[in-house]
Design a protein around this ligand. Structure first.
Ligand code: THU
Length: 132
């Protein structure tokens, strides 16, 4: 766990956040133990911003790693940093069940996917009878 948080801390240094100035780092670990990290990447067209969590997850997936054990997220927040709604949905897509919320004060809290996003919409929901 320490290694994953360290990777998120390091990635946070690369945050590209000239607009919000809010730097976020994240790191994921695959079932094979490989770590991928990411930072938030903002854009002058604000809505195109990519959060740190999604950067890290997309890096893993684009390298062929879809079985992800855990994710760590860190920012300078009063309480350990919780992912935004869009990132929760992406975390749910890959069934990441250990979500380590951290802040730069050194606090952390571990939550499950169900705590983070109850009643989530997942791939099995696309197989329902209502699909025409
Ligand atoms: N941000 C993240 O990277 N992750 C989150 O879960 C919440 C928000 C980023 C997006 C934007 O660059 C900045 O934080 C302020 O919202």
């Amino acid at each position: 766990m320490h290694e994953l948080i360290e990777a998120a801390v390091k990635a946070r240094d690369n945050a590209y956040a000239p607009y919000s100035k809010f730097k976020v780092g994240a790191a994921v670990i695959g079932v094979d133990g490989k770590i991928f990290s990411g930072c938030n990447i903002e854009n002058a067209s604000y809505g195109l911003t990519n959060c740190a969590e999604r950067t890290a997850i997309f890096k893993a997936v684009s390298e062929g790693i879809t079985e992800i054990k855990a994710i760590a997220i860190i920012a300078d927040t009063v309480n350990p940093t919780a992912p935004c709604g869009a990132c929760r949905q992406v975390i749910a897509e890959f069934g990441i069940d250990e979500i380590i919320l951290c802040n730069i004060k050194g606090e952390h809290k571990i939550v499950s996917l169900d705590e983070l996003l109850p009643f989530s919409f997942k791939k099995n929901d696309l197989n329902g009878d209502d699909i025409i």
